[in-house]
Design a protein around this ligand. Structure first.
Ligand code: DQA
Length: 140
């Protein structure tokens, strides 16, 4: 069975309450539940990790090296963490960058992703479905 690691970065623990006009009203737990259900339907297993701390996220990426794929919503670290980019580049597993909002339609600073060049691909703008699309991409 394929193993997919889903990693969420800072403030994603506040989903449901956080800027619902941008991120919707589902909690992170509810979204993880939807991802887990789809993974089961598609014959895969997911593990979930969230942290507000850059170092912990880097540790989670390093630990995912032997997984079949990583779904990474690095949140604000996307836009400036070279250390996270280096961690993504260092591991064998393919990493799909995910954003719930369309980062290209927001502030200029969100248009730049320092992790995108070392990811397999990027999905943004589909709310919770961004994660499901990333899962589909990794499994197919
Ligand atoms: C986000 C977009 C980032 O720019 C922002 O800092 C987030 C969430 C998204 O999922 O749309 O925290 O990654």
């Amino acid at each position: 069975m394929k193993k997919i690691i889903v990693i969420n970065g800072p403030n994603m623990n506040l989903l449901g309450k956080r800027e619902p006009e941008k991120y919707g009203t589902l909690t992170l737990d509810a979204i993880c539940g939807e991802i887990a259900a789809k993974a089961e339907e598609w014959g895969a297993a997911c593990e979930f990790f969230q942290s507000n701390s850059e170092g912990e996220i880097i540790g989670a990426v390093q630990n995912a090296s032997d997984a079949d794929g990583v779904i990474l919503n690095a949140a604000a670290y996307t836009h400036y963490s070279i250390a996270l980019r280096d961690a993504v580049a260092a591991i064998a597993a393919p990493v799909v960058e995910v954003h719930m909002s369309n980062v290209h339609a927001r502030e200029d600073f969100r248009r730049n992703s320092v992790i995108a060049p070392v990811c397999k691909g990027s999905i943004a703008g589909f709310g919770a479905q961004s994660y499901i699309l990333a899962l589909y991409a990794l499994l197919r």
